[in-house]
Design a protein around this ligand. Structure first.
Ligand code: GLU
Ligand code: ZN
Length: 295
């Protein structure tokens, strides 16, 4: 393997089992890293205990193992990173970049998810039962995704000041993901396209922190015939261990890779090795229907 500066990661949320859509994301990030001799990390995004499914963490790691994935280093957990997140929040509160918000859900009804800035200059006490928001600039953030192409979003008009710590004390995904990817030296983020429109917020936080932007590759979501995304809203059963090779082959095909049918009779490890040897990210489609994914 050539020396490589590439560090990739798979960062599941243990709110349920891995489903086929998350397998596609795992395969893509794994192959993209290994094809260039890079490192590949697994990070458990267990930020929200109330939404965690008991046993999901173990089940996810077990599925990854049975499906032939090998990760580098220990599995890091966001649940043990609270101090690092809090330190940044305190710094931003002191500098005035972040502020306390006391708005109730009801007060924010009808805003279309774009925070109107109600508490921006209210100087609420930040100790206690408040959410913490970060001020966003009236600017458009843009980046070139390796599969989805150019993506632009105006943070002021399309997002508004967003939450970095919730009222119930839980840290927000946007903050945790940026701090952890930087802390772990991640150079390449490969994940589902449901997170495409989160990326400008993350670019902005990276800018505030003086962190280099990673490269991004958002793999297509699988669209059900009814137009719904295949994802967490559906309580999916665990991916069956005895179907590992055929499901890996399906995942490869969903990613546009010309995996030969005979691979279904190989071990999961052999399927992934074929994937590493033949990986071509340029073949990944921008979108996908369930029909395509059944290939
Ligand atoms: N934890 C997120 C999820 O499972 C992924 C976060 C990321 O890859 O940035 O949807
Ligand atoms: Zn508010």
């Amino acid at each position: 393997m050539p020396e490589s500066r590439y560090i990739g990661r798979f960062a599941p949320t243990p709110s349920g089992y891995l489903h086929f859509g998350s397998l596609v994301a795992a395969v893509a990030s794994y192959l993209d890293a290994r094809a260039v001799g890079g490192r590949w990390l697994v990070r458990m995004e267990d930020l929200a205990p109330p939404r965690e499914m008991p046993g999901a963490q173990d089940a996810i790691l077990q599925t990854l193992e049975r499906y032939g994935f090998e990760w580098d280093g220990p599995v890091e957990r966001q649940s043990s990173r609270g101090e690092a997140y809090e330190a940044v929040i305190q710094q931003w509160l002191l500098s005035g970049l972040a502020y306390a918000c006391t708005c109730s859900r009801k007060q924010l009804e009808g805003t279309g998810g774009i925070y109107p800035g109600t508490c921006r200059n209210a100087q609420h006490d930040w100790h206690g039962d408040v959410a913490i928001r970060i001020r966003v600039p009236e600017l458009e953030y843009a980046f070139i995704d390796r599969v989805q192409g150019e993506f632009r979003q105006h943070l002021g008009r399309e997002v508004g000041d967003f939450i970095i710590r919730r009222r119930d004390g839980l840290f927000a995904y946007q903050l945790a993901v940026v701090l952890d990817d930087a802390w772990q030296g991640v150079t390449d983020i490969v994940r589902g396209a449901d997170l495409l429109d989160n990326t400008p917020r993350q670019l902005y936080l990276q800018e505030l922190l003086g962190i280099a932007h990673p490269r991004y590759l958002h793999v297509p979501l699988i669209i059900q015939p009814d137009g719904h995304k295949l994802g967490k809203s559906y309580r999916s059963p665990p991916l069956p261990a005895e179907q590992a090779a055929p499901l890996l082959v399906r995942a490869l095909r969903a990613l546009g890779q010309a995996a030969p049918q005979a691979l279904v009779h190989c071990t999961p490890r052999e399927v992934l090795d074929w994937g590493i040897a033949h990986w071509d990210a340029g073949r990944i489609p921008r979108s996908l229907t369930l029909e395509d994914a059944r290939l």
